[in-house]
Design a protein around this ligand. Structure first.
Ligand code: BG6
Length: 484
């Protein structure tokens, strides 16, 4: 009993993670329609991004060109292969396949683009991990139907799934139905995740005039869409592995006051476990029903909905993890920012330049918390440090801060494996610099590969290997043994 095995298993899926809207560009090429990401202006850490329902002359839209993966995917995939990627997480831009979302027929040119991308990955034996919807619903569905608030989106989504499942059934095995589906448990997710149109000022943040009824109804529609997609996917190819994707929000009680402890558990339930209980176990948990009753939220369901949820349980659990926060029952505590959610400062942790508290041990905690509950394979599909990088005179980029961040998180994944967690893969976020989702900035960089482009859209788009590129290559080569 003395041997504690702290090793990554054989065949562990090392790789990197991206999303079409933050990466591809070519926003109006190849028959692509506008997505909700294409109408978002640039913001900063303090100025929220805005939605402009009509594209404005003279306004900069960072996702339009993004980092031009649309034209440079061969070069980029070659670099991923050089690092030794076993898997590459990417999303399919829904509006490349169905430009308006409700079109009769899919757009062949869009489908062809992903044929080419998957062929290129195959060349290097890189397994694609595909997010079907990553904050990029066709904008027409937002305008015409008010996004996921309308049940008709379920059918549009399932039709889109049917097309891509059939088209790529021999080249893609791993699928995720919705990126960070639990973003809809927070006001911030209203537009980004729910494609529900915002107020006139177009601001997206947690400060918008919130409509919880609409948000949870939209979330219910996504649950139904996800469950139907899982069932359909398994019918099309029984070997498909289809997962959920949760933004895991690690909330610690600020003190040992039982009020704080209870509040932390309630947040964990509502913000993290509500969605995965539905997607993994196939039914709404009791605490959700209580919350809806107390808040007078009335989820309109169709007769078969409970059955649909039961029949569409996912095969594996994936999540993003960047940081942790504290919560307190005392309303006078001062809040700080974070990924999707605000929280309280933890005196034991340091923060990134964007105020996200760095907490590697929180990842071990999260992995145990998740696995104890579900006991299905788990994958960390987003993790990383958004930071400003500096190019030295000799052209090198010494991003030791990023290496430190990743190293400490990988160490904690190893601990979690030793705790018994069935962890199958790790795809750090933004393996190549891309447009930030929350702020639209380029200078908030996560990549192993630097992309020469600034916040205003200037730059050559040339790719440069950072110090972390060589470091991560070695990590993969040694299956996580050499972390120095
Ligand atoms: C996750 C999203 O919430 O965080 C990504 O799935 C996003 O799309 C990532 O880019 C990092 O957040 P940000 O705001 O720094 O880009």
């Amino acid at each position: 009993m003395n041997n504690i095995l702290k090793k990554f298993p054989e065949g562990f899926l090392w790789g990197g993670s991206t999303a079409a809207n933050q990466l591809e560009g070519g926003y109006n090429e190849g028959g692509k329609g506008l997505s909700i990401a294409d109408v978002l202006t640039a913001g900063t850490n303090t100025t929220p991004r805005r939605i402009t329902p009509v594209l404005e002359d003279g306004t900069y839209y960072p996702n339009h060109e993004a980092i031009d993966f649309y034209h440079r995917y061969k070069e980029d995939i070659k670099l991923f292969a050089e690092m030794g990627f076993k898997t590459f997480r990417m999303s399919i831009a829904w509006s490349r396949i169905f430009p308006n979302g409700d079109d009769e027929k899919p757009n062949e040119e869009g489908l062809k683009f992903y044929d080419d991308v998957f062929a290129e990955l195959k060349k290097y034996n890189i397994e694609p991990l595909v997010t079907i919807s990553h904050y990029e619903t066709p904008f027409n569905l937002a305008k015409k139907y008010n996004g996921w608030a309308d049940r008709r989106l379920v059918d549009f989504y399932v039709k889109y799934c049917e097309v891509i499942f059939n088209r790529y059934k021999n080249v893609v095995k791993y699928w995720l139905t919705f990126n960070e589906i639990n973003a809809l448990t927070m006001p911030f997710g209203t537009f980004m995740a729910g494609a529900i149109m915002p107020d006139e000022d177009g601001e997206i943040s947690n400060n918008i005039k919130d409509n919880e009824q609409l948000r949870y109804q939209a979330l219910h529609h996504q649950f139904i869409a996800s469950a139907k997609a899982v069932k359909l996917g398994h019918d099309i190819n029984k070997d498909f592995k289809i997962g959920c994707m949760i933004a895991y929000m690690c909330s610690y009680p600020l003190t040992c006051n039982p009020e704080d402890v209870l509040l932390a558990q309630q947040k964990d339930n509502l913000n993290n476990f509500l969605c995965s209980d539905v997607q993994v176990r196939g039914a709404y948990p009791g605490f959700a029903k209580r919350y809806f009753a107390e808040k007078n939220i009335n989820i309109v369901m169709e007769e078969n909905d409970e059955q649909i949820l039961k029949e569409g349980c996912v095969d594996f659990y994936t999540f993003s993890y960047y940081m942790s926060n504290c919560v307190s029952a005392d309303p006078n505590q001062e809040e700080i920012g974070g990924n999707l959610v605000m929280g309280l400062k933890n005196p034991y942790l340091k923060s990134s330049d964007w105020g996200w508290q760095i907490d590697p041990k929180g990842l071990r905690w999260a992995l145990n918390n998740i696995y104890n509950r579900y006991q299905i394979p788990v994958m960390v599909v987003e993790n990383g440090l958004g930071a400003v990088d500096v190019i030295e005179e000799d052209g090198s980029i010494n991003d030791d801060y990023r290496i430190d961040y990743l190293r400490e998180h990988i160490k904690q994944m190893k601990e979690a494996i030793a705790d018994g967690v069935d962890l199958i893969g790790y795809t750090p976020w933004g393996c190549i610099d891309l447009v930030s989702a929350s702020t639209g900035e380029m200078k908030k960089r996560y990549g192993f590969i630097y992309v020469d482009k600034d916040n205003e859209g200037n730059g050559t788009l040339n790719r440069l290997k950072k110090k972390s590129f060589y470091w991560y290559k070695k990590v993969i080569e040694t299956n996580g043994e050499d972390l120095v």
